[in-house]
Design a protein around this ligand. Structure first.
Ligand code: CA
Length: 358
């Protein structure tokens, strides 16, 4: 080999090495490691399990370029600091429910559920094709957060009562675990809303510290053993007609993701939204059968006059909240307009069809 050939060869090899290390650097820069916190206890069925599946899906779809390590509530930060942790960039992503942040963002309650509001199907239509998601991003922008709907419990149950509810008078003096706007409505009806975490509910109901409680739906209610603590199980969950779970991403972390990884997160969030809702529906069907047939639970409907009074008090409550907060008012108006159209369509679609089948 001549000297000039050797020199050319070495130069080429050098060039190749530089190219390789540049490629490695590019690959390293293209790898993202995110931390995710949630508001759910470890292994919490459907909720936390769904989130773990979401993280696995993102890793698989991105061929490992985006890895999300999931921490249940209390592991990295307390459950109810999920919003702040993602907002401040302590972690990149979180999962919970927007109505937990009502103290900071009152209008966020519309992004989860409001009493006598829109059900799961309509909420998805509102978010994806009715301007709801754009309003949500507008609400969260001051907190450096981007939101995605990511799960739905479906219509919840009205709750467990240790006495029958036959009239509006039976709500007077009723001590019930019921959070948020539902609790405000109950207090207008003369009841006393009590705030209790999931882990405290069973004992409080069993010992008579409270007279009633709502929780989620047949599946989670059965797992908590509430049928052993109270006799009467009422429907429908007027206060939570389609509770939406949320995925929140820090906007700076989001901006650092290349377009393809952003799309993977967005589509995985849509998949989670459908996945969790479907699992809830399937498990509620199964648990309802067990509660009815195995545990002989007395499952009954709230009397129509109780529901219509609660509906009247809900309108009063929402109007009062709208007076206190301009963005609550703005979102309420958009939500109401969509709900009216959605109701008109449903009345000749799902509602009419269900009636026709009976
Ligand atoms: Ca609930």
């Amino acid at each position: 080999m001549s000297y000039s050939n050797l020199r050319r060869g070495l130069l080429m090899l050098g060039g190749l090495l530089i190219l390789c290390s540049q490629l490695q650097l590019a690959q390293a820069a293209d790898k993202f490691r995110w931390k995710m916190v949630t508001t759910w206890p470890p292994n919490f069925p459907v909720f936390q399990e769904g989130v773990e599946r979401f993280a696995k899906n993102v890793e698989t779809m991105s061929d490992g370029r985006l890895k999300i390590q999931v921490f249940p509530g209390g592991k990295l930060v307390p459950a109810l600091q999920t919003f702040d942790a993602v907002s401040q960039g302590t972690v990149q992503i979180g999962h919970g429910a927007a109505y937990y942040w009502a103290g900071k963002v009152p209008a966020a309650q519309f992004m989860t559920t409001v009493p006598f509001g829109i059900t799961a199907k309509g909420m998805n239509a509102w978010f994806y094709y009715g301007g709801g998601l754009a309003l949500w991003d507008e609400l969260y922008a001051p907190f450096n957060l981007k939101a995605f709907p990511a799960g739905n419990t479906g219509v919840q149950m009205g709750g467990w009562f240790n006495k029958e509810i036959n009239s509006v008078d039976d709500l007077k003096g009723l001590k019930m675990r019921i959070p948020g706007l539902g609790g405000k409505v109950l207090s207008k009806a003369g009841g006393t809303p009590v705030l209790l975490a999931g882990g405290e509910i069973y004992t409080a109901l069993e010992r008579g510290t409270i007279d009633a409680t709502e929780w989620v739906g047949p599946h989670h209610d059965e797992r908590l053993g509430l049928y052993r603590a109270a006799k009467h199980y009422y429907f429908p969950g007027w206060h939570e007609p389609g509770t939406v779970l949320e995925l929140i991403v820090n906007t700076k972390a989001w901006g650092e993701l290349p377009k393809d990884l952003q799309k993977i997160v967005e589509i995985a969030a849509q998949a989670l939204n459908l996945d969790m809702y479907s699992e809830f529906e399937a498990k509620n069907i199964q648990s309802l059968r067990e509660l009815r047939d195995k545990y002989k639970v007395d499952i009954k409907q709230f009397p129509p006059e109780v529901l219509s009074e609660l509906k009247r008090l809900t309108e009063e409550t929402l109007n009062e909240e709208a007076e206190k907060d301009a963005s609550f008012k703005k979102v309420y108006e958009a939500y109401q307009a969509f709900q009216a159209d959605n109701d008109a369509w449903n009345s000749i679609a799902d509602d009419a069809y269900n009636k026709a089948r009976q």
